[in-house]
Ligand binder design. Structure first.
Ligand code: ATP
Ligand code: MG
Length: 332
């Protein structure tokens, strides 16, 4: 049976990038008659330091974000990674299949480890191997992600292929990254060459799902742009990363193509386009953030949903892990 897996780290608050590149797409996917597994990947989050109280809060808040955006926990499986130990166990086996060189080539490792790689956690280097386990412990075949995760899903394919080859089996399926929509790579509002990230130290670089209307308007007003008016066709945005980013965000939120947006907004100055974008962003995000704050008033209910999701996830993962251990030659 085909199965979908994707995850988001509780490494901060949800951003507009996570919404357009990931959650919104999961919600659309949910309409398809395929089993879907959505995870709060807390073991990935601790590859960089997380204050324990903040990690707990962010885990519940991210879960509230999934629910508020429309993930139905009776239809999809929604849980946090650390409650299903099969991820870590398969992750270890994959650490022994994957090669050091594969990990060191990952652009996210290079970005996040910084110059002093000797001081980065070992987990940050091994992260893509645990991500391969997240996906393959469910034999998932489809992985909806933003553009920045494409390389990690490709590495998952390499790990599955090498495992199957090394042990002479046809056990793990080769999953496909699904990178779709108008905003698969939302950029920082301060720097058109950097992706918007929840862990960026600058809060002005991103729109958080929990930002209020004034904050959203202010961040968009201050977003870096160029002095030209908007072009009337997508190709006029080629050398204008900041302008292209704002148009892509508009297209993603409005569910329009970039050309459709430019047919309406072409010729306008940013002084006119930015308020249009703020209004749209507030209209789309505020119902979700209101629902998130309502859900956050009952953390016990959120924990119950995560626990129930974890039980369902384990039912799929446990037999796949047992079979993997048998293939590897582990007794028991
Ligand atoms: P961190 O900075 O801690 O890595 P993040 O914002 O990159 O956080 P992740 O949890 O790493 O978020 O990624 C969750 C999902 O959101 C992934 O599918 C990822 O591809 C997607 N995503 C993250 N940032 C963006 C973005 N700027 N545009 C589109 N999709 C994104
Ligand atoms: Mg990330």
């Amino acid at each position: 049976t085909p199965r979908v897996f994707s995850g988001i780290q509780p490494s901060g608050g949800l951003t507009l990038g996570n919404y357009l590149g990931a959650i919104k797409r999961f919600v659309e996917k949910q309409a398809e008659p395929i089993e879907q597994v959505y995870c709060v990947v807390d073991m990935h989050a601790i590859t960089v330091w997380q204050d324990p109280e903040a990690l707990r809060r962010q885990t519940r808040e991210l879960t509230a974000g999934y629910l508020a955006a429309g993930i139905d926990p009776t239809r999809s499986i929604l849980f946090n990674q650390s409650q299903v130990k099969e991820h870590a166990e398969l992750g270890w086996i994959f650490n022994c299949v994957a090669r050091m060189g594969w990990m060191q080539r990952m652009t996210q490792w290079k970005d996040k480890a910084g110059k002093n790689t000797q001081n980065a956690s070992l987990g940050l280097l091994a992260y893509p191997s645990l991500m391969a386990a997240d996906i393959l412990v469910y034999h998932a075949t489809e992985v909806p992600v933003g553009e920045d995760q494409k390389q990690h899903v490709e590495l998952t394919r390499d790990i599955a292929t090498k495992f199957n080859h090394d042990y002479g089996v046809d056990f793990f399926p080769i999953p496909e990254p699904r990178i779709e929509g108008a905003a698969t790579r939302v950029m920082s509002l301060r720097d058109g060459s950097k992706k918007m990230s929840k862990s960026d130290p600058s809060d002005a670089s991103r729109i958080n799902m929990t930002d209020d209307a004034d904050t959203i308007a202010k961040k968009i007003r201050k977003a870096k742009t160029d002095p030209e008016a908007l072009p009337s066709e997508a190709k006029g945005l080629e050398d204008r990363p900041e302008a292209r980013n704002l148009v892509n965000i508009y297209a993603g939120l409005a569910e329009m193509s970039v050309d459709q947006v430019l047919a309406e907004a072409g010729g306008k100055q940013f002084s006119e386009f930015k308020p249009m974008l703020s209004e749209l962003a507030v209209a789309k995000l505020s119902p979700i953030s209101n629902e998130m704050s309502r859900l956050m008033q009952d953390p016990a209910e959120i924990d119950r949903i995560l626990g129930q999701g974890a039980d369902r996830a384990r039912e799929i993962a446990a037999p796949i892990l047992t079979k993997t251990k048998e293939i590897v030659g582990m007794v028991g």
